[in-house]
Design a binder for this molecule. Structure first.
Ligand code: NAD
Length: 284
């Protein structure tokens, strides 16, 4: 039976370390602050925003929430982002995606100051990830890397398969594994014979969004299996891209859903916000 990669536990540990640092910053008059913009009434986004507020509380951060109607308008939204860019008391800015129909998400993301782009979605930060310069790391892939590190799993020289090529998970995940000297393959919707690619992987990372796509006979015995997917199964229960019950019998390590990658993503957002606040203090 595989060992569980407990993201919930590690995220809690990270958040308590962050709290210790933020308490010191607060006493020096520089409380880390995250501004979250929620435009429209997408129910899943509302849950994510609520969780971010809770995480900020746990880390001793100030959290500013901007709940805007769907018809707020792109120009006004850009003006709000710009005012947050200029506000020295705000260290991180996050615009909850997806935005309602009619908004140009790319334009909004590009408007966030790279120094406050704690999601690491701005092309400036994406470029840094690509060339390995220090900066913000994207929350989900960085959370996966911290989890691997915590359990002593070194990607160096290993066959790493990332399934999914999105800009927020798949592509940056591949870059971070490459930085750690993994031999990285990216599979996607047009990949031929996904099963045989999976069977070669020492570290398999599924970021697709299809419930239980990855079956036990696709896993190399002893492989490390990381499940980024967040889906609902036929009974409406949260599940990943990996058929957990079957795959845990073959893998050496595996992340549960929930309690694996999700909490790590949230913890890295807090880590990035702390980093932004520390850097703003250095630049005073
Ligand atoms: P996306 O829809 O942008 O990308 C999905 C990727 O899967 C695409 O690149 C596509 O080519 C690939 N794909 C689709 N069908 C495939 C198939 N049959 N075989 C191989 N590849 C296939 O999604 P995303 O934003 O990257 O998110 C992926 C999943 O991860 C979703 O379930 C999402 O909810 C979840 N997610 C979880 C977290 C977290 O914190 N746990 C964070 C972000 C995303």
């Amino acid at each position: 039976m595989a060992i569980l990669l407990d993201g919930k536990k590690l995220a809690q540990k990270l958040k308590s370390e962050i709290l210790e640092k933020s308490v010191v910053m607060k006493s020096a008059g520089n409380t880390p602050a995250l501004a979250v913009i929620l435009c429209g009434d997408d129910p899943a986004s509302a849950v994510y925003v609520r969780n971010k507020r809770k995480d900020c509380e746990e880390c001793g951060f100030d959290s500013l929430e901007y709940k805007l109607p769907a018809d707020y308008g792109e120009e006004k939204l850009l003006a709000l982002v710009e005012s947050l860019n200029q506000d020295p008391k705000v260290h991180g800015i996050l615009v909850q995606l997806p935005l309602p129909r009619g908004y140009d998400e790319t334009r909004i993301i590009h408007a966030i100051s790279p120094a406050k782009d704690v999601d690491a979605f701005h092309p400036f930060n994406v470029g840094k990830i690509m060339i390995g310069e220090p900066g913000f790391l994207p929350c989900t892939p960085a959370g996966v890397m911290l989890l691997l590190e915590e359990y002593g799993i070194d990607p160096a020289g290993k066959e790493c398969l990332v399934i999914g090529r999105s800009n927020i998970v798949g592509k940056p995940m591949a870059m971070l594994l490459l930085r750690k000297n993994g031999t990285v393959t990216i599979a996607h919707s047009k990949t031929m014979d996904l099963a045989s690619k999976c069977r070669e992987a020492d570290i398999l990372i599924a970021a697709v969004g299809k419930a239980k796509l990855i079956k036990a006979d696709m896993i190399k015995p002893g492989a490390v299996v990381i499940d980024v997917g967040m889906n609902r199964d036929e009974n409406g229960k949260l599940c990943g891209d990996v058929d957990f019950a079957e795959c845990e019998k073959v893998a050496s390590y595996i992340t549960p859903v929930p309690g694996g990658v999700g909490p790590m993503t949230r913890a890295v957002l807090m880590k990035n916000t702390l980093q932004a606040a520390e850097e703003s203090q250095r630049n005073l």
